[in-house]
Design a binder for this molecule. Structure first.
Ligand code: V47
Ligand code: SF4
Length: 398
């Protein structure tokens, strides 16, 4: 399944002149302005934005669709902050229904994957005072001592800002300490929407958008790589999405340290914004496409399949997306609690590969830094012998 070609769009004599100008710019590899970005959101039909985004995607990656083999650890599902969209926030999650893993319990989770060819551990969860600078630097050291080649993608500026402030160290000092301890890269979370007014209304008491951007900049200056997300489809307007992406684009122009942009659809279950309706699938696909068009200096756009579900993830591959994240075990709760499509987000490597193949794309396993590990285009699975890509873990119950 593919949208119309860019040439078909340009051949349409009835095309709105501004949309034609934007399509010509995309064809010429020119950057779209913030005003044009908002215009795309307001007036760009699905087929049109899909054609532009797919043109960019195929120019850069052809049919290649990346995935990786990773697992998630959430040290806690309780959080001192009060983000209105989050089912971890202190207003929603009472400590009695929560878990708070000790360092040994976290290391035990890492050890469960000892015989699995996973390349990355993604550590993210709520913010609590006991998970401080000493805790995380020691944790990273112990993970590296146990399994040096496992890539640690961990925490976000939300945690780092809190941890560094408490430890009275600068962002520069703090990120250096994290790097020395074994941090390999930073995931994209905590970005939400940078606009101060919207951010104050949905996640008032955590780090600001500016602080989020500063911490990524410091990390990039240390040679680190990171991702960026955008929480969309709640109370923000189109101009806020473009404003968010514009700040990311500017930072990327300065550092080149971002790898992947991950739009995250707001889900409304079990949080303080349950009254806000979720946007449609069409809006999801338009948003992927416009992200791909706008963020011309981001190498990759990712659809996080546990959140949007396997079928929309498949569709997204025709709307600018070239990465569908990894095989994820079923301990990842933040999304299932918020009402994501996948209550138990785990897919075997074979399932993930087939999902990509069925929409005519080429599945390629990557490591966190997009080094190719294996091209699965012509791979024949032998289900009995192959590693199946996920291990079902018991739900942690304290
Ligand atoms: O920042 C929380 C989001 C994010 C909800 O870098 C919600 O590879 C929707 O950033 N509806 C954390 N979203 C997860 C994240 C991530 C995920 C996968 C891969 C990567 C990567 C990063 O989850 C938070 C917040 O924006 N979130 N609650 C909700 N109700
Ligand atoms: Fe805490 Fe993050 Fe949830 Fe906000 S989004 S309440 S910082 S876990």
């Amino acid at each position: 399944m593919k949208p119309p070609s860019l040439q078909t769009i340009l051949n349409d004599q009835t095309l709105d002149p501004t949309l034609r100008r934007i399509a010509e710019k995309v064809q010429a590899g020119e950057r779209v302005t913030p005003e044009e970005g908002v215009y795309l959101y307001e007036h760009g039909p699905l087929g049109y934005v899909g054609a532009l985004a797919n043109f960019i995607r195929e120019q850069r990656h052809g049919d290649v669709t990346y995935f990786n083999r990773n697992f998630h650890i959430e040290p806690t599902n309780v959080c001192i902050y009060d983000c209105k969209f989050c089912s971890y926030s202190r207003r929603i999650k009472k400590r009695e229904d929560g878990w708070e893993l000790t360092m040994d319990e976290i290391l035990e989770q890492v050890r469960r994957y000892d015989d699995q060819p996973v390349t990355e551990v993604h550590i993210v969860g709520g913010v609590l005072p006991q998970y401080d600078l000493d805790f995380y630097t020691e944790l990273f050291r112990r993970i590296k001592a146990h399994r040096p080649e496992l890539h640690i993608k961990a925490l976000t500026p939300v945690e780092y800002h809190y941890i560094f402030k408490k430890a009275k160290v600068s962002y520069e000092e703090g990120m250096k300490l994290m790097k020395e301890a074994g941090l390999d890269s930073m995931p994209g979370g905590g970005a939400e929407i940078f606009d101060p007014e919207i951010r104050a209304r949905i996640s008032g008491d955590k780090c600001t958008g500016e602080q989020w951007l500063q911490i990524h900049e410091v990390w990039h200056q240390l040679g680190g790589r990171s991702n960026a997300t955008m929480l969309y489809g709640h109370i923000e307007e189109y101009r806020h999405r473009i404003g968010h992406m514009e700040q990311l684009r500017q930072l990327q122009d300065r550092t080149g340290g971002f790898q992947t942009f991950i739009p995250l659809k707001f889900r409304n279950k079990d949080n303080q914004m349950s009254h806000v309706p979720e946007v449609s699938v069409i809006e999801d696909l338009r948003n992927y496409a416009i992200s791909r068009i706008y963020l011309d200096n981001f190498p990759h756009v990712k659809a996080y399949w546990p959140m949007i579900g396997r079928h929309i993830a498949q569709l997204s591959l025709a709307f600018g997306v070239d990465d569908i994240d990894g095989t994820i075990d079923d301990t990842t709760k933040i999304y299932s609690m918020a009402g994501s499509e996948e209550q138990h987000p785990a897919m075997t490597t074979e399932e993930l590969v087939n999902l990509i193949r069925r929409v005519g794309r080429r599945p390629v396993e990557r490591d966190t830094l997009y080094n190719v590990i294996k091209d699965y285009t012509d791979h024949v699975f032998d289900s009995d012998k192959e590693f199946r890509g996920y291990v079902s873990l018991p739900v942690v119950d304290n």
